[in-house]
Design a binder for this molecule. Structure first.
Ligand SMILES: C[S@@+](CC[C@H](N)C(=O)[O-])C[C@H]1O[C@@H](n2cnc3c(N)ncnc32)[C@H](O)[C@@H]1O
Length: 297
């Protein structure tokens, strides 16, 4: 099982050092983010102030540059449904629609802010693809999203974590500034003052799987231990057990390599759908179709 930390020490999320100190955390949030505030996207009707209070977190806007980097890292495209949790003036939802062709929803608790976001979407010419919901991120249903963006607080990220992990495998989550504790990010997105982080929701693959050849009789038992997207385990063939090599889960994709009985390395790739999976094993150019079933959760 890999325990590699993808984040260089100097860029480790500030969340860890401020854990348990909400006041300091809010101050750090406000001061380090202040450097990247872009001119307010207010209008003659409503002009929000950086740092103004919100229900669970204050308003601060993500810089245009970081918004673009976050959406690029998430590989947002026309087939995506992006949901920004705590949408502020709507800039992330608007950029997702305007610059990446996605459909987007912004959930914002404060009515004047939500109304401003709607007017901003009109002005940007994307009102047909951007919906701003006046609501609470802890009450609204966003399970249909393929990409979730957020700029909240570490404790809010943690509160949302079970819901995010239960989303469809492959859903991309991007958080400006804050991490998800031991659910390590898959990618670091460097910002000018604060970074952002990308996670890909992993399929739940833990447990015992029976893998069989579709056109043959060979079978194997695979036991997997999983912590978020980190996995490890063993494969047992004809009573002989060996560790999985290079095991990974990325969205719905499960992969590992093992040493075949003739000493060759075989790479297995499966697409997981609940308790079933299909794919193949490969030795050089030779691919053997496989099917798998979870027999113990
Ligand atoms: C830091 S701002 C981020 C705005 C925007 N996502 C961005 O990155 O530019 C957080 C926003 O969340 C809103 N907010 C706070 N608590 C909320 C809640 N429970 N439900 C919905 N929105 C909330 C605040 O009003 C604020 O506009």
């Amino acid at each position: 099982m890999s325990t590699a930390d993808p984040l260089p020490k100097a860029r480790r999320p500030r969340a860890f050092s401020f854990a348990g100190c909400a006041g300091t955390l809010m101050l750090a949030f406000a001061t380090s983010a202040a450097a990247q505030i872009v001119p307010p996207h207010g209008d003659e009707i409503y002009r929000p102030k950086a740092g103004q209070s919100g229900k669970d977190v204050m308003w601060l806007g993500t810089s245009e540059k970081l918004v673009a980097a976050m959406l690029r890292a998430a590989k947002v495209g026309p087939t995506d449904q992006v949901v920004d949790l705590g949408a502020g003036d709507g800039r992330i939802a608007i950029a997702a629609a305007r610059d990446f062709g996605a459909r987007a929803i912004g959930i914002e608790y404060e009515p004047p802010m939500a109304e401003l976001a709607r007017r901003n979407a009109e002005r940007a010419g994307v009102a047909n693809r951007v919906r701003i919901v006046t609501g609470d991120i802890f009450r609204e249903d966003f399970t249909a999203a393929t990409v979730v963006t957020m700029y909240l607080l570490p404790e809010l990220n943690l509160q949302l974590r079970p819901q995010l992990l239960a989303m469809k495998p492959g859903t991309r989550i991007v958080s400006h500034a804050w991490t998800m504790a031991e659910w390590q990010p898959d990618e670091l997105i460097r910002g000018e003052s604060m970074d952002a982080y990308l996670w890909i929701v992993p399929a739940r693959v833990e447990g015992r799987w029976t893998i069989t050849e579709v056109n043959g009789s060979a079978s194997a038992t695979v036991d997997i231990v999983q912590r978020f997207q980190r996995i490890g385990g063993t494969i047992t063939i004809a009573g002989e057990t060996q560790p999985l090599l290079g095991a990974f889960v990325s969205g719905p994709e499960l992969g590992f390599t093992f040493v075949d009985r003739d000493g060759g390395l075989k790479a297995v790739r499966l697409t997981v759908d609940g308790d079933r999976a299909t794919g193949n094993s490969r030795l050089d150019e030779w691919a053997v179709p496989l099917q798998a079933r979870r027999v113990r959760g």
